[in-house]
Structure formats: C-alpha cells, structure tokens
Design a protein around this ligand. Structure first.
Ligand code: IPM
Ligand code: MG
Length: 356
C-alpha cells in the first residue's frame, strides 16, 4: 500500500508527523513518500501543486494531507496561492465526496461553547459535494459590468452551477451512508431563491426513490445553520453542495468543542481518497509544538477504513484516541481545568503508547 504524505504549511508538518508515527506502529507494511504542497510547494518548485506532487498523489493508494495556507502568500496571484493545491487535488483526482463527521467525545462535552445537554452524544455526518458549485463554476472573474444597475462599473462574478450527474452521484453516496447509520438524511439547499437549489432538491428527491428505507427531508441552508446550533442532535446525515458544505461543516465542527478533533475524507468514485484534518494550517501557532494532532491521526484511521481496507486497524486508532482522552490528556485547544495540558508530540506519544 502506497501512501502519499503531503504535510503542507503551518502546523501541517507537525501534525502529519504524529499521524505517520501512528501508522508506523500498526505493524503493517506501508510505503510512504512525502512531497511538498501549498506554500511549501511554491517555495520548492514555484507552484502550490508541483507536477511531481500531483503525480505522487495520482500513483498512491491514498493521500494523507496536512493543511495549506499562510498569510504570507496572500499577495500572490490566485493561481499560485496555497489553497489552489487542495482545490487542484480535489478536482484533478475527482474527489467529489467529502465526509466530515462531527462527533463529540463525552470527555470533551465541557469544551463545547454550547450547553452539554445540547451537544453531549452528538454524532452527525456532513457529506459535502467537493468538485462542483460556485467553487469551480465558470464564467468567473472581475470585469466591467455589461448590464444592470451598475453597468460600466467594475464587478466581481462567479457562477453557481450543478450538473445532474454531479448531484446524483453525491446523493447516492449520502443515501448509502445514511443506510449504514440511522437512516435519516437531510438535504440542504436554497431552493426558495436559487435555480441550482431547486434543481438540487428535485434530483435528490428522484434518487430517494431508490432508497425507500431512508427518511429524507429538505432544509434551506439558513435554517440548517440555525438548527445546527439549536438542536444539532436532531440530524443524522446531511448532504449539501460545496459552498454550503464549507460553511456548515465549520459550524458543525465547533459544536464538538474543537475543530482540532475532526478528521475528513474526500473520496472519488472508487473510494480512493485524500484524508485531512477539517481544520486549517493555523500559521499563528506553527512551529510551537502545541497543535492538536488528533484530527490528523483520526484522518489516518479514516484512510485505513475507506481506502486501505483495514477496518480493524482503524478501530485500533479510534480506541487509542478515546483512551488518551480518558487519561485526561489535552492539547491547548481542548484544555480545561482538571486535565493535563500536553503538546503535539506528547499527544502523539500517548496515542502510540495506547496502541502498543
Ligand atoms: C475546507 C477549506 C478549503 C475550502 C479552503 C482551504 C480552500 O476551507 O476544506 O473547508 O474552502 O474547501
Ligand atoms: Mg472550509
């Protein structure tokens, strides 16, 4: 099994290093190869997604990704900014199905900004379409407005668009995921305002006919945002487009106390995938050894489960993470009175020890 290791920028290298240590003590033979991506790719080869990095990602069975982005690249033209690396990998590799689970570990109930009774036992799954929508739609750009009330003025514009195939395939992924859980799916759109939203709703409703065992409901995105903070446990699986999924998944992540705990998987049609923590590169704390490596370690567990067909090893990692939390070890992002504050490496050490 070949794993491409793409640490990226900011805290990426520190947290990925801990996940790699965890993979190395499982007793399996993985071939791992590391390549620069994001700002690191730009520094090494003048491009956020260097050809050799993309080739490695294509050749590998799975990709473990850290994070990209740093304020110091904000002035570069868009095509050279670190974010283009992750967008390019998603698009080029066809990683259209993004799984973002939001699970609240009982030990961390106090770390959430919401009342414990609202979030305790939370276990929801956001499935975000990842290669379409306004993220990739054309035309886009800055131009002189050709018409409208501000004709002749400069304007920025993007295009929200979804093809039927794109909606159908993510709907199938979502219904299948719901079948393996509580069999409830909420599809999120903006059908009351947007044509793409009504089209999305119509296609998801049509796909539902193949999954009579799943209860489907539809929700407007503004209401979904409200319900996520009001009564998040009412949800089981949510499916939504790229833009709404970006926003809702950050909100859902924070319900659990820290985005530093949440893994994600981005899969293609054959379950080949890229695995990354849901959080970003956090340049403000990079190099300090205080970042939480658990989201990346849990992402490695998702990789074993979805792409490498090693569910028992994935379960071992999940159990080891639970065990270090039960021991009271906490990085700064989830630290509370009465628990033990540890750094990135010490957290990795504890997971490795729990595995042995
Ligand atoms: C995410 C991130 C990315 C996105 C950025 C870094 C391009 O916010 O994975 O949610 O917008 O998809
Ligand atoms: Mg995001």
């Amino acid at each position: 099994m070949k794993i491409a290791i793409l640490p990226g920028d900011g805290i990426g290298p520190e947290i990925v290093a801990e996940a790699v240590r965890v993979l190395n003590v499982l007793g399996e033979q993985f071939e791992m190869e590391t390549a620069p991506v994001g700002g690191a790719g730009y520094e090494a080869h003048g491009h956020p997604l260097p050809d050799a990095t993309l080739q490695l990602a294509k050749d590998a069975d799975a990709i473990l990704f850290g994070a990209v982005g740093d304020w110091k690249y904000d002035k570069l033209e868009r095509a050279l900014r670190p974010e283009q690396a992750i967008l390019g990998l998603r698009k080029t590799l066809g990683l259209f199905a993004n799984f973002r689970p939001a699970i609240l570990y009982p030990e961390l109930a106090g770390a959430s900004t919401l009342k414990p009774e609202v979030v305790s036992g939370l276990d929801i799954l956001i499935i975000r379409e990842l290669t379409g929508d306004i993220y990739f739609g054309h035309p886009r750009g800055v131009r002189t407005a050709p018409d409208g009330a501000f004709k002749g003025e400069r304007e920025g514009f993007d295009t929200m668009r979804y093809a039927e195939t794109e909606i159908r395939r993510i709907a199938h992924v979502a219904f299948q995921a719901a079948l393996k859980r509580d069999k409830r799916l909420t599809s999120v759109d903006k059908a009351n305002v947007l044509e793409t939203g009504q089209f999305w709703r119509d296609i998801v409703t049509d796909v539902h006919r193949e999954y009579p065992a799943v209860a489907l409901d539809h929700m407007y995105v503004d209401n979904a945002a409200m319900q996520l903070v009001r009564a998040p446990k009412k949800f089981d699986v949510l499916v939504t487009g790229n833009m709404f999924g970006d926003i809702l998944s950050d909100a859902a992540a924070m319900l659990t106390g820290s985005i530093g705990m949440l893994p994600s998987a981005s899969l293609d049609a054959n379950n080949k995938g890229l695995y990354e923590p849901s959080h970003g590169s956090a340049p403000d704390i990079a190099g300090k050894g205080i970042a939480n490596p658990l989201a990346t370690i849990l992402s490695a567990a998702m990789m074993l489960r979805f792409s490498l067909n090693m569910p028992e090893q994935a379960d071992r990692i999940d159990a080891a993470v639970k065990s270090v939390l039960a021991q009271g070890l906490r990085t700064a992002d989830i630290h509370e009175a009465g628990t033990t504050l540890v750094g990135t490496q010490a957290m990795g050490d504890a997971v490795v020890k729990a595995l042995n």
